[in-house]
Design a protein. Structure first.
Length: 117
């Protein structure tokens, strides 16, 4: 189990999508293009700025308990200009909605990317 966590943390620090995601795109390029087009359409469908959208997407990943999505949306939030403290704040807000243990798990996933131990 420790090896798996280390490889996730190492991978997350590279700012690259998981190998499995990349391989899916190579194997099914039409589906990946359609998925990316849908993502772009939803990003442009409203009035939220890029930073706010990134934080909302991170909150959705935290709330749905998707570790890989939390990693991905943490990276995307950083790319959108969010600070590590803003990202952590999103996770802290989950405490009263999801519970302390769930928030702590999500914070661990965020820290996989941010690099704090």
């Amino acid at each position: 189990m420790a090896t798996k966590t280390k490889s996730r943390a190492k991978h997350s620090a590279t700012n690259q999508p998981p190998a499995r995601f990349q391989q899916f795109g190579k194997t099914y390029p039409a589906i990946m293009r359609a998925y990316e087009a849908l993502g772009e359409a939803t990003q442009q469908a409203g009035q939220l700025d890029a930073k706010t959208r990134a934080l909302v997407k991170l909150a959705l990943a935290v709330g749905s308990w998707r570790e890989g999505a939390v990693h991905a949306h943490t990276r995307r939030a950083l790319t959108a200009g969010c600070s590590p403290d803003e990202i952590r704040h999103v996770v802290l807000l989950a405490t009263t909605t999801l519970g302390f243990p769930s928030m702590m798990a999500a914070l661990t996933w965020v820290e996989d990317v941010l690099g704090r131990k």
